[in-house]
Design a protein around this ligand. Structure first.
Ligand SMILES: Nc1nc2c(ncn2[C@@H]2O[C@H](COP(=O)(O)OP(=O)(O)O)[C@@H](O)[C@H]2O)c(=O)[nH]1
Ligand SMILES: [Mg+2]
Ligand SMILES: [Zn+2]
Length: 307
């Protein structure tokens, strides 16, 4: 038996349920299967693997290196991991289709609780209606979120210049609903995107590429196995936050948190209590009514899980 420390280290660049595609430091990609019933790996994981046999072109994952972070959502019945070991997150929304503020808030809370730095992107600002969507993001700017406005398709060079300082040398997950321009981004920044997907299909011995899982793309592959990477993720409808305790929610909502310490009751839920400083701030317009409404929905969901 090979000692664990001597096994090869690889990077998970695509996940396909139980099996995944692993990239070696030399840039080779191969399909790997987890050993036994160990939990599935996610894109961004560093794994120790060994070949299933000379010429097999496949491997077995013997272990997963400790994760720096993991972005996931937890719906009522299932946990869905997006990626691990992230340096940043682009919450990628557009003027059309109009973004869901509930999805935005949920993703921001998930990122904050995972300790991942998030930037909100509003794409397609060339379209009519951009001002209305810009205004919907004002509360997010006010609470300290970085918001970037792009029109990627008509101005790809300007968009690249805006984005690159944020992306260089980091691995960044792109998360957002379908139709917002994520594939357009990948194609603009990753010239050989098709080839990178092709390598994965080849490693899987299938011509068809699945878009139901996250996928790693090198914008620039560094010599040391590091570099600039974008991780494309499938669009989502649901974004459950069952992993977060109800009482912890305000800790991940900076606009609420700024007032939560001034409530009359130490265990205030900020929904109905007299002397609630959060409700007072909503009434003064210092917290947006829609953020407070979404907070209420998240509290209801969190309460539901106790049954
Ligand atoms: N007007 C406009 N359309 C864009 C922009 N960026 C992307 N699109 C278009 O939006 C549509 C959806 O883009 P796509 O990249 O497939 O979105 P995805 O589902 O998030 O991967 C395509 O028709 C793109 O050409 C933009 O900045 N402005
Ligand atoms: Mg797409
Ligand atoms: Zn309160």
């Amino acid at each position: 038996m090979t000692a664990k420390a001597e096994l090869d280290i690889g990077l998970v660049v695509a996940g396909h349920g139980r099996h995944c595609t692993v990239e070696t430091p030399e840039g080779h990609r191969l399909t790997c299967h987890p050993r036994g019933k160990k939990s599935a790996v996610v894109v961004g994981d560093r794994v120790r693997w060994q070949s299933t046999g000379i010429g097999s072109g496949e491997g077995v994952i013997e272990g997963v290196e400790p994760r720096r972070n993991l972005l996931f959502r937890q719906d009522d019945w299932k946990t869905k991991s997006f990626a691990a070991n992230l340096d940043g997150l682009l919450l990628w929304f557009s003027v059309d289709p109009v973004f869901s503020e509930s999805q935005l808030t949920r993703a921001l809370i998930a990122a904050s609780s995972a300790g991942i730095d998030a930037t909100i992107v509003l794409n397609k600002t060339d379209l009519p209606g951009a001002n209305a969507q810009r205004e919907r993001l004002a509360p997010y700017r006010a609470m300290g979120c970085e918001v970037m406005e792009l029109s990627l398709k008509p101005s790809p060079e300007a968009a690249r210049a805006q984005l690159m300082p944020r992306l260089a040398g980091r691995s960044t997950l792109v998360l957002g609903p379908s139709g917002a321009g994520k594939s357009t981004l990948i194609n603009a920044l990753v010239p050989d995107a098709k080839a990178q997907v092709g390598e994965i299909s080849q490693a899987l011995n299938s011509g068809r590429h699945t878009t139901t899982h996250s996928q790693w793309y090198w914008v620039e592959r560094g010599p040391d196995g590091r570099g600039t990477a974008l991780i494309d993720s499938p669009g989502f409808q649901e974004f459950g936050l069952q992993q977060i305790e109800a009482t912890q929610l305000p800790a991940y909502m900076p606009d609420l948190l700024a007032h939560a310490g001034d409530c009359r009751f130490y265990n205030c839920t900020h929904r109905i209590e007299p002397g609630c400083a959060v409700i007072a701030a909503v009434q003064r317009g210092e917290i947006s009514a829609s953020r407070w409404r979404i907070y209420g929905e998240l509290m209801d969901e969190a309460a539901r899980k106790r049954w």
